[in-house]
Design a protein around this ligand. Sequence first.
Ligand code: TPP
Ligand code: SF4
Ligand code: SF4
Ligand code: SF4
Length: 674
Amino acid sequence: MLRNLEEGGTFLLTTSFTADQIWNELPGKVQKTLIDKKAKFYIIDAVALGQTLGLGARINMIMQTAFFLISGIIPVEEAVTAIKNAIKKTYGKKGDKVVEMNYSAVDAAMTNIVEVKLGDSIGGHAMPPTVPESAPDFVKEVTATMIEGRGDEVKVSQMPNDGTWPTATTQYEKRNIGVQVPEWLPENCIQCGRCSLVCPHASIRIKVASDLKNTPEAFKSVEAVGKQFSGRKFVVQVFTEDCCACTQCVDVCPAKIKALQMIPNSEEVRQTEAKNVEYFLSLPEVDPAEIDPSTIKGSQLCRPLFEFSGACSGCGETPYIKLVTQMFGDRMLVANATGCSSIYGGNLPTTPYCKRADGRGPAWANSLFEDNAEFGLGMRASVNKLGAQAAELVNQAVAANMITQTMADEILNAVQKTQADIELQRGRIAQLKGKLEGSKDVIAKRLLPVADYLVKKSVWIFGGDGWAYDIGYGGLDHVLASGENVNVMILDTEVYSNTGGQMSKSTPRAATAQFAASGKKMPKKDIGMIFSTYGNVYIAKVSMGANPVQVAKAIAEAEAYDGPSLIIAYATCINHGINMTKGLHQMKKAVDCGHWPLYRYHPELEEAGKNPLTIDSKEPTITFEEYAMGENRYRMLKMVNPAHADELMAASQKDVTKSWKFLVARAAALEPEK
Ligand SMILES: Cc1ncc(C[n+]2csc(CCOP(=O)(O)OP(=O)(O)O)c2C)c(N)n1
Ligand code: SF4
Ligand code: SF4
Ligand code: SF4
């Protein structure tokens, strides 16, 4: 933190400690640097101020003002005037309340900044290591250096030389950014798993365990409900060090009296929960044969293989990705379009895709924005080719008397539908490898490296609406038309989120966005209905906040379908200008007003003589405006140009009504003839 502090420089820290307390709370190394550099030292409790002013964790305005107050770069009055003008310009469209709150933040910074007299002794505690001692060497040598902001010191020779990058490294980051964190109240819990499902950061998890021995003192559990778990314990564990304090888990908890509450995140909470987390992780996972991962609770009893990403607190995209990894992560390949999902998915210095205890987890890569669907199709083609090669070699191994016909038949005819089937097939492949290992025969040498491709692989293509509706649309069309077995998931935030919220063809009419400052004039493209005209593409429109059961069902059906699948997932985003703690409600309202009707189009149903189109949501119960006015992207226009906003809102209502009618009529038209 103080590496670049100059002699006589100024150090500003936001802390809940007072001027009298802070010196003794600093690490010795920090105390020494401050004394050696003869630094000026100021503190401010920006977090508490932000909360009092209604700004929550948004402390940027407080810290910016504090910076100008003490840096002396420009006269204070000039700085304050400039900041207030900038506030008016930036937040003016969001309404007087937001402007006033930020003005108050500036004023509060001026009166709450405190100079601290440097102590005269260095007795502070040791700096905690950046990553734990138990971390792998690569994490200690490369990742930790990058976390410390010294990435330019990493030598080329320390970097992997084949373009691969270790996964499962966010677990070592422990950002501790939650000012408040959830606490589990087991006596109220109905053991539904919803908290774990919606957590964008995989920071709250559930487990069912048999033998709870040597538990840490504060470890909580209750008797597990459900016949199949009788006699066992149910646990909800909060990973407080990784929690981003979005409060969505508390919000979604359906227990009569909430079984989760937010509490201040103190050092004591951190230490207690770190021990509990370690114990929780050491408990064995539930046997896959005992659960159905296409249900909410079943999926949440599977370990997420996407965890602690750096997505915004409360991000609407990440719960979908996490859920897919819980269902298929151990055999999953991901082609990721550029966008938020590629940034939080493959960001440096750490990687949120992770692995199970046996080392299996998603393999992930990002190609270009404009070719991601094709990139995923390429993955499918290679997996198919390698699998076919392995099958051919298995038959050759039988002919060469290296393995029995029975072994070959069992491997080549294996049913691989459920997780239990997959694990059985892995067992067979392990036996096959056991037979071949050590053999000098060329068949064995060729079969060994490809044998794992005889276990089913799940190919996923992820990207945002900017990719799917606009820039990668041609490729997406090509891939879905190919008939190949790939699963596409559009994380639909209705804007190009990662670059600050530009309009895409998914942006609804009447919404403001970059390039649509006066409201989008054209209606949203209905990508699901367009691709449903092929007839052989599985399509689902889903919304986590509205119907999570349907989300899990759709993901399971999409993966099981031996052909192309497309899931269009509604994702709330900071670019919508909503209170992110209420994201799930907004996802529900989008469905309730008919803007985001839920449906599944399953080609196999048609083959079975049934209607392929199932509508999973009800006729709209609220107006589009009731949903839209909960979001700044719509509200802003109403404030600056009410007449135009009303006009667009009326047109949007017509869009919604028309597309609902179209959906219902389409389902009626697809009804098989009696
Ligand atoms: C061809 C190309 N144009 C522009 C960019 C810059 N860019 C990176 S991410 C991004 C936005 C992605 O938006 P979207 O696909 O909607 O995904 P989201 O960020 O919303 O998840 C853009 C424009 C790029 N990487 N490549
Ligand atoms: S507060 Fe948010 S990040 Fe923290 S555990 Fe709950 S859902 Fe996850
Ligand atoms: S959402 Fe609430 S009731 Fe359900 S498992 Fe979590 S804490 Fe328990
Ligand atoms: S910008 Fe939006 S989509 Fe991207 S990480 Fe933040 S909330 Fe998620």
